[in-house]
Ligand binder design. Structure first.
Ligand SMILES: [Zn+2]
Length: 398
């Protein structure tokens, strides 16, 4: 994780911060190079062996890492190897307007079990359904310990209060979801915007290739955006930074869940694609996004037409994202990754047609549909001690 490595040189304001950053660095090195010995860790991180040892002790105590059994080779005893502790699990959920996908994930981002839970319209019964589902999943892994719960939600979360501040497609505002769920599960619950969670996961699981200026756009029922600028996740006032989805692109456009007309999301989300399809095939009745994509992959003309219109709207909106942030890459997550082969070229053409200079951002797909969002929810738990988490949430919740 280049971002944190560079921070180690830039931000040495206090010894406490330095220790935190070194801890992140060691954890990241173990994740990337496991199994790895203390000697190799010192060599790779450039830290003093004594510093490495004391951080390793702390990580072992917190059960983030474990030691492998000592190996004897022909040349003598091999140094003890360190690995992420895969006995430590997390409960995660990708919450959508009508359903939540729950899963158990280990520290390496592996999915161990999964459960789909339909959600009611009331937030109280939805939280209850999530708790019941999570307890059911937990009972499938006796003898393992659970580090915490991560929820990825299609709305904005205030980093100070851990409460939702904007959820246009869910009527979930002003309810202490993390507090209530935490009471039911007896575990700490982290809540994060789906796009932010997904970008954290790309950082944590090392997919960003050292890039420091990246925008992630999660497109499913709605359109969420997350911004990494100079290696830092930007949260802004009340955690609202990057709400491009609710910028008006046509004042005469359809009414959005946020109460305004013609937001970018109303033209570029899965809901928009379904609307385009029903305009082309009014007799078809209600279909799901999965059904629409399947139709398009089978060369259904109206389905292809609907996805083309959606992709054009995505591309046009990217012009404002590029003008605002000029990122190295724009990463896509959510439903749009399921028809990336169809969408990519159209998005790129529409986006680059409106740019100020030649050579637009790299457009990339996170590639695995809902898994990227679930992995994002896990990253939120993993990043609890990281530089981003501390900068956004302050020290009070540690
Ligand atoms: Zn809106």
């Amino acid at each position: 994780m280049r971002a944190i490595r560079e921070l180690a040189y830039v931000e040495v304001a206090s010894s406490e911060l330095t220790r935190d950053i070194n801890r992140d660095l060691i954890l990241e090195q173990i994740r990337a190079a496991q199994p790895i010995s203390r000697v190799d860790l010192a060599r790779r991180s450039g830290l003093q062996p004594s510093t490495v040892s004391s951080i390793v002790e702390q990580l072992k105590e917190e059960r983030w890492i474990r030691e492998s059994a000592t190996v004897r080779t022909a040349r003598g005893r091999r140094p003890t190897q360190l690995l992420l502790n895969d006995d430590l699990l997390m409960l995660v959920a990708d919450v959508r307007p009508t359903q939540a996908v729950l899963a158990v994930v280990d520290l390496n981002g592996r999915f161990l079990s999964r459960l789909l839970v339909p959600l009611a319209s009331s937030v109280k019964s939805s939280v209850e359904a999530i708790a019941v589902g999570m307890n059911q999943l937990r009972s499938q892994h006796p003898g393992k310990s659970f580090e915490g719960v991560g929820l990825s939600v299609p709305g904005r979360v205030d980093p100070q209060t851990n409460r939702l501040v904007l959820v246009p497609n869910l009527k979930w505002i002003d309810y202490d979801i993390s507090g209530e769920l935490s009471k039911k599960l007896k575990l700490r619950v982290e809540l994060e915007n789906d796009a932010n969670a997904c970008l954290l996961s790309e950082l944590w699981f090392g997919h960003l290739d050292g890039m420091r200026d990246v925008v992630l756009i999660a497109i499913s029922e709605g359109l969420g955006t997350s911004v990494l600028a100079g290696g830092r996740l930007i949260t802004g006032r009340n955690g609202l930074a990057g709400e491009f989805g609710h910028v008006c692109v046509d004042a005469n456009g359809p009414l959005c869940g946020c109460g305004k007309h013609g937001c970018w999301e109303m033209f570029a989300s899965s809901s928009a694609a379904l609307r385009y399809y029903s305009e082309l095939r009014p007799e078809s009745g209600k279909i799901t996004m999965n059904e629409l994509i399947t139709l398009a992959l089978n060369q259904d003309e109206a389905a292809l037409g609907a996805l083309h219109r959606q992709a054009e709207a995505i591309g046009r909106g990217l012009r404002m994202v590029d003008a605002a942030l000029s990122p190295e890459a724009i990463l896509f997550a959510g439903d749009v990754t399921m028809f990336w082969n169809i969408a990519r070229e159209i998005i790129e053409r529409e986006c680059t047609a409106g740019l100020l200079t030649k050579g637009g951002p790299r457009l990339m797909s996170t590639g695995d549909g809902e898994l990227a969002l679930l992995r994002g929810a896990a990253a939120v738990v993993l990043q609890r001690h990281s530089g981003y988490y501390r900068s956004a949430h302050g020290k009070q919740r540690k």
